[in-house]
Design a protein around this ligand. Structure first.
Ligand code: PAF
Length: 287
């Protein structure tokens, strides 16, 4: 496994792979890798000749009041996990490599980004779109892999790829959960033992909502209320949002007659966690 800290190093390595006719899969991450990331890497490993993992805590997607300074990192552990999972190249740039002095160009979009997480994280998706498009230009992958836990991010990136004509296949991979249901997240590490237990209300709420949808409930408010009630009984939990939105527009819907996303963001103590399920009512199959 190779590691690169500069854009030029990555370009030279990837150019050589392309000259050899090899396909390249990219897994963008902010590090502190968990099984969700490893699942993305192993999917990329299966579908590409070469796999690049980027590890970069992207400052532009954090608001000043968020956890940029305390975001967990463990380079040695991440490098070992990447190697075991079959990564060929880790791109691990310094912030100054990605955002040199004088950097002023950002990628943003008017739709999809103002709802859900965009309401409480106003600069988040601009930062994500900017760094992901930079990574796409630097690595020039054939495929890029993202987790469905960040369902809104996935929708935003798909739209960006379509609108800006990136010749890249965006692959969404299912949420990976702990044995007790909690969705894997680097931020779970912030939770105390008591908060870790309390955090189970997120997945319990998601599972309950999904069961109602599977039973044929088409009134979004019924599902939203059932999901809220599960979270509200937990004293350590504070709801940021519980929403059901059209999967393609991220706009709230009341009648569940099309593919939808039920998404929640909940503070457990100071830690903000998200979870979701996607559903296709016609035919009742998951999307
Ligand atoms: O999902 C993440 O970890 C980040 O938002 C991403 C896509 C790596 C961009 O910084």
């Amino acid at each position: 496994m190779k590691t690169a800290e500069t854009i030029q190093q990555v370009r030279e390595i990837v150019k050589q792979w392309h000259r050899e006719g090899l396909s390249v899969g990219l897994v963008p991450t902010m590090g502190y890798l968990h099984e969700g990331h490893l699942n993305l890497i192993s999917r990329a490993r299966k579908e590409n000749d070469r796999v690049v993992v980027s590890i970069f805590i992207n400052p532009t997607q954090f608001s000043p009041n968020e956890d940029l300074a305390s975001y967990p990192c463990d380079w040695d552990r991440d490098a070992a996990s990447c190697e075991t999972a079959g990564t060929d190249l880790i791109f691990h740039p310094e912030p100054s490599e990605m955002y040199p002095e004088g950097f002023v160009s950002f990628v943003d979009m008017d739709v999809l980004t103002k709802e859900l997480c965009g309401l409480s994280r106003p600069v988040h998706f601009r930062g994500v779109c900017t760094v992901v498009s930079k990574l796409f230009h630097i690595v020039q992958p054939d495929r890029a892999y993202f987790g469905e836990k960040d369902a809104q991010q996935l929708a935003v990136i798909r739209r960006m790829v379509q609108d800006l004509n990136f010749d890249i296949e965006v692959v969404g991979c299912p949420i990976v959960r702990e044995a007790d249901g909690l969705a894997k997240s680097s931020r779970n590490t912030y939770l105390s033992a008591e908060e870790r237990q309390a955090a189970l209300v997120l997945s319990q709420s998601i599972f309950a909502g999904k069961r109602l949808a599977q039973q044929g409930e088409t009134d979004a408010e019924v599902i939203r209320q059932a999901m809220r009630q599960i979270i509200e009984v937990e004293p350590l939990a504070k709801i940021d949002y519980v929403k059901i939105v059209d999967l393609s527009t991220m706009q709230q819907i009341d009648v569940l007659d099309r593919p939808f996303l039920a998404a929640i963001a909940v503070y457990i103590g100071k830690t903000r966690l998200i979870d979701n399920f996607m559903f296709q009512p016609t035919g009742g199959a998951n999307v």
